[in-house]
Design a protein around this ligand. Structure first.
Ligand code: ZN
Length: 347
């Protein structure tokens, strides 16, 4: 194999890199890829590396990372690589309009694809990367579908989505699918220590990240993020010590935040809470492996003793149901009130 950057500079996803390398070497690459996986797992980086590999001046199946082309693609300053997302759409809009945008619109897709039929200006292939594909409006999805039905000869389209299940089936069926899963914790830890982070910090950030390298790096690089997570967890653990009135007040604040458009923060909080109770559950069961909160084992043992396996398992079901109900547009005040009333270690 050619001498490129090891594993294209990605943490994990070696099978996806191998697969794409082989496709390039045998000249069997697809016209369209759909890369799915959770936020921070590495979708955008894989897409960028594929764009580099297809155009690298070394003409190998790997991006060398150091030629002028690789460097310009990395800086999003290369005429044959075109990237669009909710972020680029918002950047092109007025501030108040950008704040209201929830979907990828048809004009964004049309602008992004405008000259897709042209030959490459400089490189070997033109690469069109679109993020947030699960947020395409129906009109935008249909515009995209027309292009996928008759793929232009010089273009590679790379679509990125959280879950392929949220993407129009007719789009999915016309793409080569690449599903990225969370990365092994030890791989993330080693990657962080390789960047000179201390071992204990690397282990904690890897554990907290739940297999998402981008998130682990954010925790490692930003002490403020680490502190924010600690505070949020303390607050959640502390809820069991609050009176009913105080809990209702807490719920009211979360309800306001949810209705003010901070849904993602509330979902992130509920996910964090789920992971705390998963840790409590495995600790209570006497099988504390792959803990998220490796730096909170004293608290875990204390809460696990006070609740036990069954209550922890039941509360995990309550949390899972709450997330499902919120996604189905249930009333956040009622949903969250029900959750705090069910906290198993309530005073
Ligand atoms: Zn290169």
């Amino acid at each position: 194999m050619s001498a490129g950057v090891h594993n294209w500079g990605l943490v994990g996803h070696g099978w996806a890199v191998d697969f794409l390398q082989r496709a390039i070497l045998s000249n069997h690459q697809s016209h369209a890829y759909l890369v799915s996986g959770p936020r921070h797992v590495g979708k955008a980086l894989l897409a960028l590396r594929l764009a580099q590999a297809l155009n690298c001046e070394s003409q190998a199946a790997d991006p060398c990372g150091i030629c002028r082309t690789c460097k310009r693609i990395a800086k999003n300053n290369y005429p044959d690589v075109r990237i669009a997302s909710l972020v680029t759409q918002a950047a092109a809009a007025k501030a108040d309009e950008a704040a209201r945008q929830r979907d990828l619109r048809i004009d964004t897709v049309r602008t992004w694809l405008a000259d897709i039929n042209l030959r490459p200006y400089e490189g070997q292939r033109r690469v069109f990367i679109l993020d947030d594909v699960e947020r395409l409006t129906d009109g935008a999805a249909n515009a995209m579908l027309k292009v996928l039905e008759e793929p232009p000869p010089y273009a590679t389209i790379i679509l990125l989505a959280h879950t392929a299940g949220d993407v129009m089936a007719t789009i999915v069926s016309r793409c080569q699918r690449i599903k990225l899963r969370p990365v092994e914790r030890t791989d993330i830890r080693d990657w962080l220590t390789g960047q000179s982070y201390a071992l204990a910090d690397a282990e904690r950030c890897a554990a907290w990240s739940d297999g998402l390298p981008g998130l682990a790096l954010a925790y490692a690089a930003n002490p403020a993020d680490t502190e924010a997570i600690r505070q949020q967890l303390d607050e959640l653990i502390g809820l069991s010590q609050l009176s009913f009135t105080e809990c209702v007040k807490w719920v009211e604040e979360r309800n306001k935040a949810f209705r003010a458009g901070e849904q993602n923060d509330i979902y992130a909080m509920l996910t964090l809470w789920q992971r705390w109770w998963r840790d409590v559950l495995v600790t209570a069961a006497g099988t504390p492996s792959q803990l998220t909160w490796i730096d909170r084992q004293t608290d875990l043992v204390r809460v696990a003793r006070g609740t036990g396996v069954e209550a922890a398992a039941q509360f995990l079901q309550v949390l899972a149901l709450a997330i499902k109900q919120l996604r189905e547009n249930a009333n956040p005040q009622l949903v969250l009130e029900h959750v705090v009333l069910q906290i198993p270690d309530r005073r």
